[in-house]
Design a protein around this ligand. Structure first.
Ligand code: PLP
Length: 565
């Protein structure tokens, strides 16, 4: 009897141990699979990147070091200083009122302080902020031009963060007409303006999906999509791909920029078999978010010039490869009950009237839109399959997925949206979309050819009308290029040369003028010695040197001259 119970206890223990071991092995395997599915860059490791960010000390180059950080011959350092000061003089003489108003409000606008600080790598920023602070105001817009408070005209390459697809004059007209159409109802919220019915009908056709919800920003539309995916799948995690931007909500920004970790977000390596394996096998993934802009630079973060410490930034758009990737992703999501969310807030209407789904030939379960869809006013829209959009359960009345918003479906936004949507149906819009890629690819090729002919170390890559600048020889000074471009009358957004956004009303003549100025800016920058480099320098050696500086400053908190050399 005793022996029997002993044997039974042992058997139970052994079975328990075996089960625990099996569970641990399974857990370990899935942990390993997850690790393998991360991109090897710091951006692929959200927690680590936040920790590393916390270790990097601030230090600034003094005036001599700013021009001397790569040990050039003295005459090069002198040419750089003279070029920099010439630009500074040009800025102060040409933009006095715009600069003065900017300076006078800066300490009261947090956003402005942030963008002005993160325009160039931090070691250089003190001198840049003192002399080349970018004017923050504009007086008017017309065609493809912006005019500042001093009457200077700039070709607009900011694209208003992507909103300006059709040219500012279109949106001015659309807002004016929208105000007229909504004026009888006015800003009544809660009751819909009748135009909502037409918007819903059109968005259903465009997205090929059953239901629509209106929000106030792209960020909110993404939040709602993820919340619904979690509600319906009863799973916790969202998958985003390395480098992809989906707004500033915490769960889609798990790395640097978010003060707390996003524990229910997996950041995976885009266009990788290892990521597909994770999606195929894990049971806790509610949804996958895709930002098709990443097709231009898979797994890379938005290319801001503040991160332009060398010339390693690279981009290349391969439509077929990305379409094949989306197809695989679609299949895996369908197999494993994962909601595929295409985030078309930025790229959507820029590439095709039907956005990513049409352009790459993939079907999504949910699509988010925003930016230009508001016809010039702020908006976010979510379209989804009926069973995913439902916010309550018929059999559990208190189990709801709450989402409301005071300004959702605002009458003026809805009428402006209707102007945009109706424009998509015109012959003019159809013609515009028909030749879009051919036109912008040819323009990019022409500019690249010109740059090559003149042996300038600059190239552009593009996804249709969204462009990014890369640099072909190792340099620590590429961030200066944004200031030369502005000096030539080209307006860029605060992230600089990483993102040039053209509106589709650029004529060949407008583009030729931009090209002239672009090349002139590059030639001026070369003349001023900013692209001089030691023949032995590589992007790696530049990075190594900066790392050494950081370590030296970290170890010697006050920093000294020796540490930054
Ligand atoms: C792909 C994508 N998703 C979401 C957002 C957030 O939109 P919003 O700035 O309107 O909140 C953006 C903004 O740039 C975006 O590019």
């Amino acid at each position: 009897m005793l022996m029997d119970s002993g044997t039974t206890t042992f058997a139970l223990f052994a079975a328990g141990a075996a089960a625990a071991l099996t569970t641990s092995v399974v857990k370990l395997k899935s942990r390993l699979a997850l690790s393998r599915a991360k991109h090897r860059s710091l951006g692929g490791h959200s927690r680590l990147s936040r920790r590393v960010a916390g270790l990097i000390p601030f230090y600034a180059y003094d005036e001599a070091q700013v021009f001397h950080s790569d040990d050039p011959p003295q005459e090069i350092a002198t040419a750089r200083r003279e070029g920099f000061m010439r630009l500074a003089k040009l800025y102060s003489e040409r933009y006095p009122q715009t600069m003065q108003l900017t300076a006078s409000v800066k300490d009261g606008i947090s956003d402005l302080q942030f963008t002005d600080t993160y325009r160039v790598p931090f070691q250089f920023r003190e001198l840049v902020q003192r002399h080349l602070s970018a004017p923050a105001f504009a007086q008017s817009s017309q065609g493809v031009m912006l005019t500042d408070l001093d009457g200077n005209q700039f070709y607009d390459l900011t694209g208003s963060y992507g909103v300006n697809l059709l040219g500012y004059d279109f949106y001015k007209g659309s807002i004016a007409r929208a105000v007229g159409r909504a004026s009888e109802l006015g800003p009544v919220l809660g009751s819909y303006h009748p135009v909502v019915a037409d918007n819903v009908a059109r968005l259903k056709v465009i997205s090929g999906l059953d239901e629509i919800s209106f929000h106030m920003s792209g960020t909110e539309a993404v939040m709602q999509a993820v919340r619904l995916a979690r509600y319906h799948t009863r799973r916790t995690h969202l998958v985003r791909f390395c480098g992809a931007y989906h707004g500033w909500w915490g769960d889609v920004q798990p790395g640097i920029g978010n003060p707390i970790p996003a524990r229910e977000t997996y950041t995976l390596n885009e266009m990788s078999e290892a990521a597909l394996r994770v999606l195929r096998t894990r049971r806790d993934i509610a949804c996958v978010l895709v930002n098709p802009l990443q097709a231009l630079h898979p797994n890379a973060s938005p290319p801001a010039d503040s991160a332009l410490i060398d010339s390693a930034r690279n981009a290349h758009f391969d439509r077929q490869a990305y379409a094949a990737w989306l197809k695989e992703l679609r299949a895996v999501c369908s197999q494993n009950g994962i909601v595929l969310i295409v985030d078309d807030v930025f790229v959507g209407f820029r590439i095709a009237p039907g956005g990513t789904q049409e352009y790459f030939g993939v079907r999504a379960d949910m699509v988010t839109y925003g930016k230009t869809l508001g016809g010039g006013l702020p908006v976010g829209v979510l379209c989804g399959r009926r069973e995913l959009m439902k916010r309550y359960r018929d059999d559990r009345p208190l189990d709801v997925c709450f989402a409301r918003g005071t300004f959702n479906a605002h009458p003026y936004v809805m009428t402006a949206m209707n102007e945009f949507l109706r424009h998509l149906d015109t012959a003019e819009a159809r013609t515009m979309y028909a030749g879009l890629d051919a036109l912008w690819n040819a323009r990019a090729d022409t500019l690249n050819q010109r740059l090559r002919e003149r042996k300038l170390p600059v190239q552009v890559a593009n996804l249709s009308s969204i462009w990014t600048v890369s640099y072909t020889e190792p340099s620590r000074y590429n961030w200066m290029f944004q200031f030369y471009l502005r000096g030539e009358g080209l307006a860029l957004s605060w992230i600089g040369t990483g993102r040039l956004i053209f509106s589709l009303n650029y004529t060949d003549g407008d583009f030729a003028a931009v090209m002239e100025r672009f090349v002139a800016a590059a030639e001026a920058m070369r003349r001023d010695g900013f692209w001089w480099h030691d023949p032995a320098a590589t992007n790696k050696s530049i990075k190594r040197r900066i790392l050494k500086e950081m370590i030296a400053h970290r170890l010697s908190p006050k920093g000294d001259d020796a540490a930054s050399r």
